[in-house]
Design a protein around this ligand. Structure first.
Ligand code: FRU
Length: 482
């Protein structure tokens, strides 16, 4: 049996072996994408083709840690109902033997062209990197074409995560990289035919330009147009915490600028984090046939207490965020859950118009572990407002300090930990809870807080408190019974 076939068979056995255990986990997710077994990380090859969305993902099926990654595959017609497809790529060849690492997809001549990083560790334990191509007619069965880009001069072997797009009849590729003097950077390449690639130069970072000294590695770059601007998303490593910023082990964010496809130059502003929560990394976008710029991110951060996750005893770990639509408003990316997610809602909606005065309240029917909450017309005239979720999460807005806070009970040691951002005014909140995940969209997605948290499954209470006078409306739906 060839290596590819053998690996596929081993994965199928692994899924069968642990299927029931994964199902029994009270922290299993009900409407987020998670792996059937093992570890999921970055979204890869996100594309819509022939009316179907395809989301591939970094997958280690054999353990709840990192290793020689596969490309798992989910497909969907509506971004709500997903089908787990056959494995797209197994690490079966010499140029990817230590993992088919992250990459992207593009449609060309009615075929899927996916570009990914072949990760190789040689006998000396040194890393080698190959940017590889695989082609498919149906998005399910791929023919590997092997490496199409080798490591250019001036960079270490931390050179990965190609994202490809077409502009002005040319193809461009950005790659996350590290310069020889250990600066994080994004590299640009171009091609006429998707097979032959020329190195153009450094697009951003490298210890120079607007970003200055900005960490030792950039992962998962993505360059795209939004509202006439060219946005570069990337995940830098090696930033020190700064006030409320850069609190996670690694970050994920963007710069706004103008890309000149003729010269390959990119003129951009400063870096801004995309999300303010504990768990958000390696986002990837695509544009769909409605012209929407859609994003998925990995709901975790590498090396951030991954091995302490309570789900590990059930043989799985990590998940994707919900699909989000991006808009650029006043130079800032806003993220909202895609409209289709309204189809997750139960027919029954529970609504209240609430006024609180120095008190704490639970509202009949406003509870649950797979729910959406929509708070609107929020007025916190003075003092603070708070929403407590079970025994593990707390949302606090202080109108005096203009600070928004999300607190969670640490799954490592039970202490309280927090993430924060400045917020002039709190007007609306959309909150998605899915057993052990929470996504908070503030003021129509101007800020988002994305986190895993692990509430006691027997406690589904939600309470609302105010230090002085607070008013809001709240709607609640049960989600995920699809
Ligand atoms: C980001 C990342 C990528 C790499 C992949 C490996 O989380 O480290 O840079 O391609 O994960 O799974």
């Amino acid at each position: 049996m060839n290596k590819d076939k053998q690996l596929r068979q081993e994965v199928a056995e692994e899924i069968e072996k642990h299927r029931n255990l994964v199902k029994q986990d009270p922290y299993r997710l009900h409407y987020h994408l998670m792996p059937p077994v093992g570890l999921l990380n970055d979204p890869n090859g996100f594309i819509q083709m022939n009316g179907k969305y395809h989301l591939y993902y970094q997958w280690m099926p054999f353990k709840t840690g990192h290793g020689a990654k596969f490309w798992g595959h989910y497909s969907s017609k509506d971004l709500v109902n997903w089908k787990h497809e056959e494995i797209a790529l197994t690490p079966s060849e010499w140029f990817e033997k230590n993992g088919c690492y992250s990459g992207s997809a593009i449609e060309h001549e009615d075929h899927f062209f996916v570009f990914y990083t072949g990760n190789v560790k040689n006998e000396q334990g040194e890393r080698e990197t190959y940017q590889c191509l695989a082609v498919s007619k149906d998005g399910i069965h791929y023919e590997k074409k092997g490496p199409v880009v080798t490591l250019p001069e001036g960079f270490t072997a931390h050179f990965r995560d190609p994202k490809v797009w077409k502009q002005n009849e040319l193809f461009f590729m950005v790659v996350g990289a590290q310069t020889k003097d250990l600066k994080g950077t994004v590299v640009l390449l171009k091609s006429n035919d998707l097979f032959n690639w020329d190195y153009v130069g450094i697009l951003a970072g490298g210890g120079k330009g607007k970003l200055g000294d900005f960490g030792y590695m950039f992962e998962c770059p993505d360059l795209f147009k939004l509202n006439g601007k060219d946005i570069l998303i990337f995940s830098p490593q090696g930033l020190e915490p700064k006030g409320m910023n850069y609190q996670n082990v690694y970050q994920a964010g963007y710069v706004v600028g103008q890309f000149n496809p003729k010269t390959g130059e990119y003129d951009h502003h400063l870096f801004e984090e995309l999300d303010r929560g504990f768990d958000f990394y390696a986002p990837q976008t695509t544009v769909d046939n409605q012209g929407r710029r859609l994003l998925f991110a990995w709901m975790s951060v590498p090396d951030q207490n991954e091995q302490e996750h309570p789900t590990i005893e059930y043989k799985w770990i990590h998940n994707m965020t919900l699909p989000r639509e991006l808009k650029l408003i006043d130079g800032k990316i806003h993220q909202t859950p895609v409209k289709e997610l309204e189809n997750l809602r139960d027919s029954e909606m529970i609504s209240y118009s609430v006024k609180l005065n120095k008190e704490s309240k639970e509202l009949d029917g406003i509870s649950g572990k797979t729910i959406e909450l929509m708070l609107d017309r929020i007025e916190v005239v003075e003092g603070w407002m708070e929403i407590s979720i079970s025994d593990a999460g707390r949302i606090i807005y202080s109108s005096d300090q203009k600070i928004f806070t999300f607190e969670r009970k640490s799954y490592v040691d039970g202490t309280t930990e927090k993430r924060q951002c400045m917020l002039e005014e709190l007007k609306s909140l959309r909150i998605f809870i899915d057993t052990s995940s929470i996504e908070i969209f503030i003021n129509n997605g101007r800020e988002t807080f994305t986190s895993r948290f692990f509430p006691n499954p027997a406690n589904q209470h939600i309470s609302f408190s105010a230090s002085k006078e607070v008013s809001f409306t709240v709607d609640k739906w049960n989600l995920g019974n699809i």
